[in-house]
Design a protein around this ligand. Sequence first.
Ligand code: C2E
Ligand code: CA
Ligand code: CA
Ligand code: CA
Length: 279
Amino acid sequence: VKRLADIRLGFFDSAMSSAVAERLTLERSIKAALKAGQFELFFQPQVRLEDFRLVGAEALIRWRHPELGIIPPDKFIPVAEETGLIVPLGTWVLQSACRHLRHWSEIGLGGLRMGVNISSRQFREADLADLVAEAITETGIDPAHLDLELTESMLMADGEGTLKILRALARLGVTLSIDDFGTGYSSLAYLKRFPVNTVKIDRAFVRDLDQDEDGRVIANAIISLAHSLSMKTIAEGVESEAQAAMLARHGCDEIQGYLIERPLAADDFTAFVARYGAD
Ligand code: C2E
Ligand code: CA
Ligand code: CA
Ligand code: CA
């Protein structure tokens, strides 16, 4: 796999040097890649801390570029956001995620839940609830197995409009998570107002867990707050046994991170499940 840091230099026309031209080129490439079927979902396992049983996976997009190899999302999601391409891309992600869920249930992994990242533009601009409803109907999946990951800033944006979308989504029977919790707005009042099921504790706090007392205090506060509002907690970016043990002591419900496994291509994920075991 080639280094991708040079995506802006090497891969794109070097004669066009302005940021605008680069963006245009990347925009065109994303469009073409979507058409050519070069996007792919990887899956990162999520386990219950109590007994380390596999409960689900987060779908994470990758661009399998014919020359550059696998391109991670931070290289193209921001431009897709800026240009609005995130809307068709996000629709593809939703449909693809539901197709994978369907496949899992066909091969006896019907108990697994799938987390899908929703971008802010997709949340505000697309008719998200309709798209989700369509993907569910088309694939015949159990909506309870689909979890949509939203961010704090999305929820804070516009009170009533947001609440309407969230309620429409909740009515479909899907669950909702707040991603990267703790990194955005500090107001926690909205947690109570919105029909959100799960808080995903950002990696930054998990990393600090075995560094200092402050890290522990923050993680503990997030877990307690979530539980007092009848929400579940998942810690992200768990890399060590020590972090997992500390999270378990604080009553965190689930973990996701390199300690368990990295995000895996679809076939590697099902192989992982076969090795690891699932309900
Ligand atoms: P995220 O939603 O916070 O996803 C978690 C990121 O943390 C993933 O990066 C994952 O590979 C990484 N990670 C997981 N465990 C560990 C760990 O133990 N240690 C460390 N250091 N990192 C870990 P990834 O896959 O590169 O995705 C980056 C971001 O791109 C995601 O952050 C998400 O915001 C966005 N993204 C990914 N897929 C999609 C998608 O389908 N749609 C949208 N809108 N955004 C996506
Ligand atoms: Ca996420
Ligand atoms: Ca996250
Ligand atoms: Ca993030």
